[in-house]
Design a protein around this ligand. Structure first.
Ligand code: FAD
Ligand code: DLZ
Ligand code: SF4
Length: 508
């Protein structure tokens, strides 16, 4: 009898462990577009279209490679609407008695497979560099789980940018060369864009029909949807943007949505690219003299460092992680996260581009929308659901540690040693948003003042008992204490008035 081989929408890799365990001559691959997966959060239409198109093309490739594939389209009559439902239906069709799967990236789906009436064997997802056990062993007994130490182990393990047992160039991390403010001119024209083929067009029509009310613009749709295209997008980045990636990693510009970023996370997370091919391409660029060490090291660190580390945290912390709320923040997510109707230009621009592209780069996510939510005391679970819905690269294993941990400090300091909060001056330094903003970044209190300015101090004040003793925040608390009583009071009054207006739904 055949066995069923489950391939999920973010498991589009020929080297997938479930496929490696399977027997092509006997087993049947199951892939399914289902309502449950498409609606556990209101995903951005571009995210859904990308996954469905990439799934259809991957299924066609598997058939060409000699696999039997049962593929369910969202509109198929008989679609049961869930992954377990489709497994049961296909088991009935084929007589299969068991399922081989690769462990999903979200606990809710892991649990659903465990509870499935037909036995499902979940094999480890070997597309990552660090296994769960390896991360556990690294984390075991450590007081603080700093990414940097984990990253060094991953450098040693892979040999990437290693000179024997020493890091290339003598240092592990070249970030002090990075983080330059936005340049006047960006020489990179942005990520490679692809014209939709017939498969993609068909999916776009489907998504338009079925997910018309979701936040996000579907067309123009330009993502790569198969491995070949994703590789072209990667080469395009390596050749044209990687050399400047390090310098301008933290910059933001009104008129440029991508700067020197790779815009490959959605491909990597869905399985169209591997971390190996990405990192090797970057390392080659350094070895051939095409890209400087600070750029290549910084880029490789994001992938074998941050990305793997975040996944480790997710699986170590468990399913309740997304419910953590260490700072007890309760405010509702304001409507402008969905309609960009705010006078704060930095926030409006980040939301607009998120709506149009299902993409924002790291500093927009962290220091604009994330920073604002944290300063304003928004319920971190609501923030988490927003991020999970709106970005094409978002799956809980990577989104939750970034949002709950890094951005909202709702885990109490597992991912970060201090919260990522700043006033308007940081945004002003790294971007040109403030020049065109209705608020004045140089003003600290009152109607015209940049809200980030007073919210920043009000946040520190509100959480003094939690952060007052943090040595990395001592300087900020000293500055706050040195302000005159009137200035402190004016700051707190401005913050309160602003948050009241926000909660009332006034335009702010
Ligand atoms: P680049 O800047 O070109 O970086 C290269 C690659 O490094 C990325 O493609 C990505 O694979 C990896 N990477 C970089 N930073 C991180 C990080 N912090 N965690 C994991 N991988 C990283 N990334 C996601 O893949 N999915 C998410 O849902 C997600 N949510 C985020 C939410 C918040 C609040 C923050 C602050 C960050 C989030 N990130 C997420 C991390 C990061 O912002 C994105 O990976 C990055 O913006 C993707 O764009 P890029 O491919 O152009 O990245
Ligand atoms: C995100 C997503 C969406 C929108 N739709 C599907 C789908 O219809 N079928 C499917 O197999 N996977 C989909 N996915 C990806 C899954 O939600 C993903 O595998 C889990 O969230 C685990 O990371
Ligand atoms: Fe954002 Fe403040 Fe600058 Fe306006 S002034 S763009 S709100 S940081």
């Amino acid at each position: 009898t055949p066995r069923l081989i489950l391939v999920l929408g973010d498991q589009l890799s020929p080297e997938l462990s479930a496929l490696a365990e399977a027997d092509k001559s006997r087993d049947v691959v199951v892939m399914a577009e289902v309502a449950d997966e498409a609606s556990y959060v209101p995903h951005h239409p571009k995210k859904i279209a990308f996954l469905f198109a990439a799934m259809r093309k991957f299924a066609a490739q598997l058939r060409e490679d000699g696999w039997q594939v049962r593929y369910t389209r969202l509109d198929d009559a008989g679609n049961t609407g869930s992954i377990p439902g489709e497994l049961l239906r296909r088991a009935e069709d084929t007589g299969a008695k068991e399922v081989l799967a690769t462990e999903p990236g979200e606990f809710r789906l892991i649990a659903a497979l465990e509870e499935c009436p037909i036995p499902v064997h979940q094999f480890p997802d070997t597309r990552f560099l660090a296994s769960h056990t390896e991360f556990e062993e690294w984390a075991e007994g450590r007081k603080d789980l700093r990414m940097e130490w984990f990253y060094r182990e991953m450098r040693r393990k892979t040999g990437l940018l290693m000179d024997g047992d020493k890091p290339e160039g003598g240092k592990w991390n070249y970030d002090h060369n990075n983080r330059k403010p936005a340049p006047d001119k960006i020489t990179f024209g942005g990520p490679m864009q692809f014209t939709p083929d017939d498969t993609v067009e068909e999916v776009l029509d489907l998504v338009e029909r079925r997910f018309d009310n979701n936040f996000g613009t579907l067309r123009p749709f330009w993502f790569a949807t198969d491995r070949g295209q994703a590789r072209q997008a990667l080469s395009h980045f390596i050749r044209n943007a990687l050399p400047d990636f390090g310098d301008y990693q933290d910059a933001m510009l009104v008129e440029n949505r991508f700067l020197y970023h790779s815009v490959i996370s959605m491909y990597l997370n869905a399985g169209l690219l591997t971390w190996q091919e990405i990192c090797e391409a970057a390392e080659d660029a350094y070895k051939n003299g095409d890209a400087p060490l600070n750029a290549v090291e910084g880029f490789i660190r994001q992938i074998i460092g941050w990305r793997e580390y975040m996944r480790g945290i997710h699986f170590r912390e468990g399913p309740d992680y997304t419910r953590r709320n260490w700072l007890n923040h309760q405010r509702k997510l304001p409507g402008f996260y969905w309609d960009a109707q705010t006078d704060m230009l930095c926030v409006a621009k980040a939301v607009e581009q998120t709506r149009d592209e299902a993409y924002a780069h790291h500093i927009q996510r962290l220091m604009v929308t994330g920073n604002f939510a944290l300063l304003a005391g928004i319920d971190p679970h609501e923030v988490h659901e927003w991020y999970l819905a709106v970005y094409a690269d978002a799956y809980e294993w990577v989104e939750a540690p970034n949002v709950i941990g890094m951005s909202q400090f709702a885990d109490g300091g597992i991912v970060g040693s201090k919260p990522y909060v700043s006033g308007g001056n940081y945004i002003n330094k790294m971007s040109n948003y403030c020049k065109g903003c209705a608020y004045d970044v140089a003003t600290k209190t009152g109607e015209k003042a940049c809200p980030f300015n007073y919210l920043f101090w009000a946040f520190l004040h509100r959480h003094r008992d939690r952060f007052g003793k943090n040595p990395r925040m001592a300087q900020m608390y000293r500055t706050w204490s040195r302000m005159s009583d009137e200035k402190r009071q004016a700051t707190l009054d401005s913050a309160e008035a602003f948050l009241d207006r926000m909660s009332r739904g006034d335009r702010i």
